[in-house]
Design a protein around this ligand. Structure first.
Ligand code: GAL
Length: 433
């Protein structure tokens, strides 16, 4: 699904945020601590929250949310069920085993869009529409986001944030030392290749990357650059042919980009690749804007210490993903879940969390000036850009498709590098065969 949202709509809600913040601090939101009302009555003594925000800047984001939770729901104990591994690379399998064994956490992190649909189709999560009414959420999230959480008129999760996956980060000193203008923008892949050549010639890693999922994140941005927003979106609804020559061109560009990357990539996760930019070992990196939180946590300031711009060729496109939280069927502490969902959906919870996480609030009444310059630019882009769904982060395709694409990508980048075979493997992955 593609959509547009105007900046006016975003800013129009700002005045309302003051009122909502006032409502949040009135103490109303602790009224349900005993968990006896609404769609999730029940034990509110604790809540096990399952995420993959286990360390570094991601943990700082979770900590900020937990602090607000402690203030809003002092009688509900927060139990951290985080499982390490960027993009849920280890968490999602473990979660599935727990769900299938009838041992769900009280709530878990799930991406809006196709990934959430998987849990709905498997009957693993409850309809939480009543909470939208009870917490007054129906109008505070963008309609297109709610659509990605809704099936047959029922809403199945509560969003905490919106991330952008097509950001290119750079170290300005490394670029300068390579003879490049750190303020330059790159509008095409070819412009970018010329810059990558210079960084490579200077002896630094031109493009830092990490394990398979980060390579898939890179791949999706190249597909957006080369196919355009419509062509890329068509990959997920069958309108774009995976065997077409424009996909071949994108895969050729992806292969070339991978030739500029660090050889130790497969043993690293995203924070390591971002750290190479922070430490001046690498010139460029492509990563979702959780990287913004890592730069900030390291005390770095843009544009002196790092720079950002859309991945070359993707300006005007916002590669979207959103984290959301669920009420699993059979959760042991549904009252605790309800309290957690209240905090993550509150203006206070979303502001505290997103300030630390690099993302932008899902709520449309956030105050832009509370956020970093990067985040303000992301809010502006989200308001005016064409929105496409992230592959690597569960918005575009079901988990099984993403797994098959990831396997094909790993085979391609660690093995024989047979481009024609890679394209065939991707086509079968997308077709589900
Ligand atoms: C994404 C998730 C983000 C961030 C990132 C890196 O899938 O939505 O919140 O955690 O993975 O781990």
């Amino acid at each position: 699904m593609r959509t547009r949202r105007t900046l006016t709509a975003l800013t129009a809600g700002l005045a309302a945020s003051t009122l909502l913040l006032a409502a949040c601090s009135s103490g109303d939101d602790t009224a349900s601590d005993n968990g006896t009302s609404g769609s999730t009555g029940g034990d509110a003594s604790e809540v096990e929250v399952f995420t993959w925000w286990a360390s570094g800047s991601e943990k700082l984001g979770l900590d900020a949310l937990v602090k607000v939770f402690g203030e809003q729901h002092p009688d509900t104990k927060f139990v951290n069920g985080a499982v390490a591994g960027g993009a849920g690379s280890a968490a999602k399998d473990l979660l599935q085993s727990r769900l299938q064994a009838g041992d769900p956490p009280d709530t878990f992190q799930a991406h809006a869009g196709a990934e959430l649909q998987d849990y709905i189709d498997a009957g693993q999560i409850e309809d939480v529409s009543d909470l939208y009414k009870e917490f007054g959420l129906t109008d505070v999230f963008p309609k297109d986001l709610i659509d990605r959480l809704t099936v047959d008129g029922k809403i199945y999760s509560v969003p905490s944030n919106i991330h952008r996956a097509n950001v290119m980060w750079a170290n300005p000193t490394v670029l300068k030392d390579a003879g490049l203008d750190p303020a330059a923008t790159y509008s095409t892949m070819d412009d970018w290749f010329a810059a990558l050549d210079k960084v490579k010639a200077s002896g630094k890693t031109a493009l830092s990357v990490a394990t398979t999922w980060t390579q898939v994140n890179l791949l999706e941005t190249v597909l957006i650059a080369d196919l355009g927003a419509d062509g890329y979106s068509g990959l997920w609804d069958g309108k774009t042919d995976w065997n077409g020559s424009d996909v071949t061109k994108a895969l050729t560009d992806f292969q070339k980009l991978m030739s500029y990357t660090n050889t130790d990539r497969d043993g690293l996760d995203w924070p390591d690749a971002t750290q190479q930019i922070i430490d001046g070992q690498a010139g460029f990196n492509v990563m979702g804007d959780w990287a913004e939180a890592a730069f900030e946590a390291a005390g770095k300031k843009a544009p002196a210490d790092y720079t950002y711009q859309p991945v070359p060729g993707t300006d005007g496109v916002f590669d979207f993903l959103a984290d959301s939280f669920t009420l699993p069927k059979g959760a042991k502490h549904p009252g605790g879940t309800k309290n957690w969902l209240q905090t993550i959906s509150s203006a206070e919870g979303q502001t505290a969390f997103n300030k630390a996480k690099g993302s932008i609030p899902a709520r449309n009444d956030a105050k832009a000036s509370d956020f970093s310059e990067y985040q303000q630019s992301a809010m502006e882009s989200f308001g005016k850009d064409t929105i496409v769904s992230s592959l690597a982060h569960g918005a575009a395709a079901p988990v099984a498709t993403l797994t098959a694409i990831s396997d094909a990508t790993s085979k391609f980048t660690t093995g024989a590098s047979d481009l024609a075979q890679y394209q065939k493997d991707l086509a079968s992955a997308a077709a589900g065969s």
